[in-house]
Design a protein around this ligand. Sequence first.
Ligand code: COA
Length: 167
Amino acid sequence: MSLRRNRPAAAPRRRAAATPGEMPIRPVKRTDLDQVVAIDATVTGLEKRRYWERVFRRYGAAGPREQRHFLVALSEGRVVGFIIGEVRDWEFGSPPCGWVFAIDIDPAARQAGVGTKLLAAICDRFRRAGVDKLRTLLARDNTLILSFFRAQGMMAGPLIPLEMDLR
Ligand SMILES: CC(C)(COP(=O)(O)OP(=O)(O)OC[C@H]1O[C@@H](n2cnc3c(N)ncnc32)[C@H](O)[C@@H]1OP(=O)(O)O)[C@@H](O)C(=O)NCCC(=O)NCCS
């Protein structure tokens, strides 16, 4: 997952134009990419079109559908959020499990259940692929995404992230 700094969402609760119950969620299309790039740029302050083209090729266009997922949530025909994940087999000594690498909701559509609905949709796909565990990584100081994942029932897992400087 992209490890981003937290952008606290202090705005009062707003409802997305469509209620989550009727919000379509489907695999990303190439024509959604501009909106995905725009949401990410709004959240991170960086426009990374070439990065998103690569992500689209890897998770959106190609790849076995049961392993890789790049889903978007729509409201009035516009992308208001997306989630990306993949089933990874036997890595880190673990049986196949579903990993979420990225989730981003348009700030104007937050706190209306869109993130919950996207996570539920990718979990359904992971279950259909036969896995029974969901994992993710998040930046230590990203309290927003930590609150979100905790609200979904996620807790500290058995893996420890390690890193070192290469230069
Ligand atoms: C985190 C994020 C995905 C949540 O999406 P969302 O659609 O607003 O989430 P939901 O409306 O489904 O909220 C579900 C639960 O998450 C928690 N939550 C969501 N926003 C919160 C906030 N601002 N503060 C505290 N808890 C929050 C709540 O427990 C909420 O349940 P509740 O509505 O019953 O209180 C969204 O804020 C976002 O895209 N953040 C920025 C992107 C980011 O940092 N991504 C991580 C790196 S990939």
